[in-house]
Design a protein around this ligand. Structure first.
Ligand code: TYM
Length: 345
């Protein structure tokens, strides 16, 4: 990829979203919005993590479409394929291969204590796959393959990032690098911004907005039409108190919706708090609905354009795959060789 500075020393960024159904405001505000801001200062890699999407039961008739839709949403949110590498995880086989190598050095009990595994496993009952347990190792492979310096994610991914760091540092570099000054894998840092890092459900301000919540009214998806957005916000859970405020532990819904309003209307938290301090819910909700509809309008327009031209989107993903393979294969070779594998002839 061309680099205006003429050197290739820009720090690297990697992140991804699972193509499981429609992306929601949490995915945008907690992750993708922050990716957009990094494109000029960093060398960025954004993948659609379709291998992660099959760690829970999935519908094979939807996977390819959801993958394309997620990629189109990246671009519609402002990811620029001229500056960023956008690709599909399963198109780069190094992800699965590094995952296997890392599996063999990762202690099982590190995986068993992952909060997200425990939460998701509870929902799956008797049907928990080995892949669900292994999910964070695949995620570590995604990140480590690209020598990522920074990984912009929402708050819920913090523990997975720590695991990726521990695998790189303790299980690969400490054990297999002959010279500690020349580590095999780069140890990444998480980038979790305070605002938007934890967008909560519209129907329960104490649980996070999630694609897997069976109640669609709990989330606003990036492709919801204006009337659906307005209806969901109208029905969102409130409390009997007048006036919106942040950080009152008794009022999680007020904190969440006021935070959303600030982000949607492009206001600072202080500005939003002042504007809504004495506003009743009846006045606040239409304001939030309008700000959300307006914030999503340009994104939805761009998405429709991108989907009307499937050839261009596929070309972006093919070009992304080529760039990603080059970087990923080089890292994989380094790990294979450090682990002592016989080189192919
Ligand atoms: P996924 O698809 O569950 O979430 C994608 C991103 O959205 C963020 N997010 C949220 N942020 C704020 N509030 C919410 N309610 C909310 N819900 C989700 C997540 O933190 C995430 O940043 N395991 C990853 C996918 C992944 C990945 C990677 C990420 C696979 N490989 C490598 C970074 C680097 C995940 O949670 O996907």
């Amino acid at each position: 990829m061309s680099d205006p500075s003429g050197s290739s020393v820009r720090p690297r960024v990697l992140s991804g979203v699972q193509p499981t159904g429609a992306l929601h405001l949490g995915n945008w505000l907690g992750a993708i919005r922050n990716w957009v801001a990094l494109q000029d200062s960093h060398e960025t890699f954004f993948c659609v993590v379709d291998l992660h999407a099959i760690t829970v039961p999935h519908d094979p008739r939807r996977l390819a479409e959801d993958t394309l839709s997620t990629a189109a949403l990246y671009l519609a949110c402002g990811i620029d394929p001229q500056r960023a590498t956008v690709f599909v995880q399963s198109h780069v086989s190094a992800h699965s291969e590094l995952c296997w190598l890392l599996n063999c050095v990762t202690p099982l009990n590190w995986l068993e204590r992952m909060i997200q595994f425990k939460e998701k496993a509870l929902k799956q009952g008797d049907n928990v796959s080995a892949g669900l347990l292994d999910y964070p190792v695949l995620m570590a492979a995604d990140i480590l393959l690209y020598d990522a310096d920074l990984v912009p994610v929402g708050e819920d991914q913090k523990q997975h990032l720590e695991l990726a760091r521990d695998i790189a540092q303790q299980r690969i570099n400490a054990r297999f690098a002959p010279d500690p000054e020349q580590p095999i894998l780069k140890v990444p840092e998480p980038l979790i911004l305070r605002e938007g890092a934890r967008v909560m459900s519209l129907t329960d301000g104490t649980s996070k907005m999630s694609k897997s919540d069976p109640n669609e009214g709990s989330r606003i998806t990036l492709l919801d039409p204006p009337e659906v957005i307005t209806r969901k916000i109208k029905r969102a859970k409130t409390d009997p108190v007048m006036g919106l405020e942040f950080s009152n532990p008794e009022r999680p819904e007020a904190d969440n919706l006021l935070g959303l309003y600030a982000l949607m209307a492009g206001l600072s938290r202080e500005q939003a708090a002042t504007a809504c301090a004495s506003m009743g819910w009846g006045a606040f909700k239409p304001l939030l609905a309008e700000a959300t509809v307006e914030a999503l309008r340009p994104l939805q327009r761009r998405y429709a354009e991108l989907r009307s031209d499937p050839g261009s989107l596929e070309a972006v993903l093919e070009e992304g795959r080529e760039r990603a393979v080059t970087v990923a294969e080089a890292t994989l070779q380094r790990v294979r060789s450090a682990l002592g594998f016989l080189a192919a002839g």
